[in-house]
Design a protein around this ligand. Structure first.
Ligand code: ADP
Length: 272
């Protein structure tokens, strides 16, 4: 009698565990879908708003009759560059979420940073932020997906710029630096913004944590997953002269350095 009861009890427990597991998987799928949707929305926001502002600029100047054909051509080229970037982001994120291998290849971080600075130049100028780029000589290559790294840097730069909204205009400075260090390549993005309170520091990388009215709170979470996916580490520290510095390190590619371009970079800081 006792053993019959035991078996019934065990079966009921197993059935309960199975149902619970099914519910968990369903929730996990929903969360993944939700995260993918917000990741896309968050990453696409930047090229789409750039496209919208280029369009408005062109229209205004066309209506005022104050734009030359060559100026219009330059603006349209930038516009189409941003549209291509949006397409690349969709493809890369799609691949990443589907867990297919990212497009990993030897990659030179100084080139990635130059691209990011070019992408953020207009935003920085609009916010009165001085961008400073510092690159070490002979930087070794890392194995990485270039577009994913670009997304990380652009996100960190955008956060830095936004954090300086209340900083005195003549102090607004965002420095982007990269150097080789102990078998890894270390990138630092330093602002003179509001800093991060100990209370917020704990939640900073959690999905959907934001202090901005229009924020989505996914940026840092995505950045950290991307860096960890590349066997790297992402963290932040208070900056010495106020504000915050975000750092990420990536392991150096063991093959010989490919960074011919980086070799020729000047070691002194470069104002942009
Ligand atoms: P979002 O930018 O949409 O809010 P993030 O995940 O990128 O999402 O950032 C989460 C929060 O972390 C921000 O809302 C902000 O409070 C804080 N944060 C991020 N970067 C900085 C920074 N450089 N300085 C101060 N606070 C920051």
């Amino acid at each position: 009698m006792g053993s019959v009861l035991d078996i019934t009890e065990r079966k009921r427990a197993e059935e309960l565990a199975r149902q619970q597991q099914e519910r968990l998987q369903q929730t996990a799928r929903l969360i993944t879908m939700g995260e993918m949707a917000s990741t896309l929305a968050h990453e696409l926001n930047q090229p789409l708003s750039a496209i919208a502002s280029y369009c408005t600029g062109c229209l205004n100047r066309l209506q005022a009759g104050s734009i030359r054909p060559d100026e219009l051509a330059t603006a349209l080229e930038k516009l189409s560059g941003q549209a291509k970037r949006a397409g690349q982001i969709i493809r890369r994120i799609h691949d990443f979420v589907r867990k297919s291998e990212p497009n990993v290849a030897p990659c030179c971080l100084s080139e990635v940073l130059e691209d990011c600075v070019a992408l953020m130049e207009a935003d920085a100028r609009q916010q009165g932020v001085k961008l400073v780029l510092e690159m070490g000589r002979g930087l070794p290559a890392v194995m990485a997906d270039r577009i994913l790294l670009q997304q990380v840097v652009v996100n960190l730069m955008r956060n830095g710029i936004e954090a300086m909204a209340s900083t005195r205009r003549d102090r607004r400075r965002l420095s982007v630096a990269v150097q080789a260090m102990d078998g890894s390549v270390l990138t630092r993005i330093q602002d003179r913004g509001c800093g991060i309170s100990p209370e917020n520091a704990e939640k900073l990388f959690s999905p959907f944590f934001t202090t901005k009215t229009e924020g989505m709170g996914m940026g840092l979470n995505i950045c950290r997953s991307i860096i960890e996916h590349h066997q790297g580490r992402l963290w932040f520290e208070p900056a010495a002269d106020g504000g915050t510095v975000f750092l990420f390190s990536l392991p150096v590619l063991s093959a010989p350095s490919l960074s011919g371009a980086a070799m020729s970079q000047d070691e002194s800081p470069q104002d942009v």
